[in-house]
Design a protein around this ligand. Structure first.
Ligand SMILES: [Zn+2]
Length: 169
C-alpha cells in the first residue's frame, strides 16, 4: 500500500480540485502583476470559455452522452458538471427556471471573489463564471445567450448566470 492509498478516492479528488482552482487564481494574479489586469481579465475570459467547453466534452464522453442528448438534458447535466468540478471550492446554489426560455445558475461564494478580495485586486477583477457556463452550453450544442446578471465581484450577494435559450425561427 502506497502512502497516497491512505487517502480515499473522494479525498484525493478534493485535493486535486482545490489545487486546480488555486492554480487558476495564481496564474491570474501573476499574469496581472506582470502584464496588467486588462490583459489578465481578457485571457481569463478566453481560458474560462475554453476550459468550460473542454471539461464538459470530457464529462459527456465519459458518460457516453452524445451532443443531441446533451442539449436535451443540458440543465440536468449542469448539476453534474458543476458538482464534479466545482464542489468543495465554490458554493453553488444551483439552477432555477425563470420561464420556458430562461434558466438561472446561481453561485453563492467563489474563490475568485474571496481570493481577489484577499489579494487586494477585487476592483481589478472581472467575473468570468458566465464564460465557463457559455463553454458548457456550447459543448452541449445548446443555442443560448449566456450572460451575467448579478455578480459577487460587483457587490451583489451572489453570481447569477442567465441562460437565455434561443428559439428556432
Ligand atoms: Zn461570478
Amino acid at each position: 500500500m502506497s502512502l497516497i492509498d491512505k487517502i480515499s478516492p473522494k479525498g484525493r479528488e478534493k485535493i486535486l480540485r482545490i489545487n486546480w482552482w488555486s492554480h487558476d487564481g495564481r496564474w491570474f494574479y501573476y499574469t496581472g502583476q506582470e502584464v496588467g489586469f486588462e490583459v489578465a481579465n481578457k485571457l481569463n475570459m478566453l481560458v474560462n470559455k475554453s476550459i468550460g467547453k473542454a471539461e464538459m466534452k470530457r464529462l459527456l464522453a465519459a458518460l457516453n452522452i452524445d451532443e443531441a442528448r446533451a442539449a436535451e438534458y443540458f440543465f440536468e447535466i449542469i448539476e453534474t458538471v458543476s458538482d464534479f468540478y466545482a464542489k468543495d471550492v465554490f458554493e453553488i446554489v444551483g439552477l432555477t427556471k425563470e420561464d420556458d426560455n430562461t434558466w438561472i445558475y446561481r453561485i453563492k461564494n467563489a474563490p475568485c471573489y474571496e481570493g481577489t478580495k484577499k489579494a487586494g485586486i477585487l476592483d481589478l477583477y472581472q467575473c468570468a463564471c458566465y464564460k465557463r457556463a457559455e463553454g458548457w452550453a456550447e459543448a452541449c450544442g445548446l443555442k443560448a445567450d449566456v450572460y451575467i446578471r448579478k455578480s459577487l465581484v460587483n457587490g451583489d450577494d451572489e453570481c447569477e448566470v442567465v441562460f437565455s435559450i434561443k428559439k428556432d425561427k
